[in-house]
Design a protein around this ligand. Sequence first.
Ligand code: CP
Length: 335
Amino acid sequence: MSLRHFLTTQDYSRAEIDALLEQAAVFKRSPRGQQLAGKSVALLFFNPSMRTRTSFELGAFHLGGHAIVLAPGKDAWPIEFRPGVVMDGEAEEHIAEVARVLSRYVDLIAVRAFPKFQDWSVDREDAVIKAFAQHATVPVINMETITHPCQELAHALALKERFGDLTGRKYVLTWTYHPKPLNTAVANSALLIATKLGMDVTLLCPTPDYVLDERYMAYGEQNARENGGTLTVSHNIEEAYRGADVVYAKSWGALPYFGRWEAEKPIRDAHKHFIVDEAKMALTNNGVFSHCLPLRRNIKATDAVMDSPACIAIDEAENRLHVQKAVMASLIAQR
Ligand code: CP
């Protein structure tokens, strides 16, 4: 049997996603178990984290397992990922050894590796996590690269808790201002999961330059077709918010400007009014608001929205713990 990883929800059927969410709901009601007894997970962070690190470490502990956190290039050797290179740079070892050695020690390998933000044609290949998956002999979990599938599941669980069946719900993924160009991962992921759950999805962004990568737009359209939803793009704030059941906010850098962010900055700065505020939320169908966190208050969303009963961001953050336990338990059970 070939090794199953958890790299993107696009590799998982709707039924498999529903099963993971059902198991996560079970873990939420009954947090302790022995599904990872005697097992271990290596958590490799190439970038900072608060929620992901805490929830994975605790999740493993709750299920009787053990987590080991490594920061390659900081507290572990820098790693080379390119095949066939003369390693005369900073890297002290190659992924071919790192992934195979870790696979002899642990039962799961989880990786956070953000894009470099210089050349999207390079970043979109997701080379770091693909190299781990290629060389590891244990399942690999994506803790955020160019998608964030664990966040997708946590978001989906929070929405199901609020609405039950999500089919036909009006879902707005809105770009928001941030002083820096950020990763498109959570936005890509929001598109994937919202369309997979059959919602009517609007991607609201300032200009066509902020539309997401064609791969994720195509997956979104495919998911929408298969699950009875829709996917549309809008640059009109009022039209997008009107009647929405869900508003999900994220900031991201415009793909055509990767590596020349000084040219993108004036466009971004001209759209600070995309902030999620009470006036916009008043246009919705008594909708809920969420964000993956971390969030800069009064930049991406106002205090009033963050502190309102409509905000389910804290539920979503809590759900990271439950869904990741479901993912780890499921990957361990297959072995
Ligand atoms: N949402 C999320 O992944 O949070 P961290 O970056 O704190 O892990």
